[in-house]
Design a protein around this ligand. Sequence first.
Ligand code: NI
Length: 137
Amino acid sequence: MPRATVTRRLHFNAAHRLWNREWTPEENDRVFGVCANANYHGHNYDLDVSVEGEVDPRTGYVLDINRLKAIVQEAFVRHVDHKNLNLDVPWFQDLNPTAENIAVVCWRVLVPALRPARLAHVRLWETERNYVDYAGE
Ligand code: NI
């Protein structure tokens, strides 16, 4: 049976501030620069979610891409879209909302939500030039 990887891109907007509570304001400013700005700043994030599996001989699909979109929307995007990640989203109460950490949280939420489909990879674009890939530990 041929195998393939299917990817859906979703979009969300969110605000954040990069900050380590254990550090002084000076250390935070030195490490995170403008990203530590006290009054937060926003990003237009793009999220590419890839699922890998056998191509079903009846449908010709690995997974219906509309179902993939609906699952990602329900399990992850609706919790972060138009939110302040530091203040509004419990996942980031004690976790610095860097692109890396957002990608890891996304992975952990999507693995069970997508079963029995197999999540292969998430790619989180924080800007047009920066992205983070995560595919599990
Ligand atoms: Ni930022």
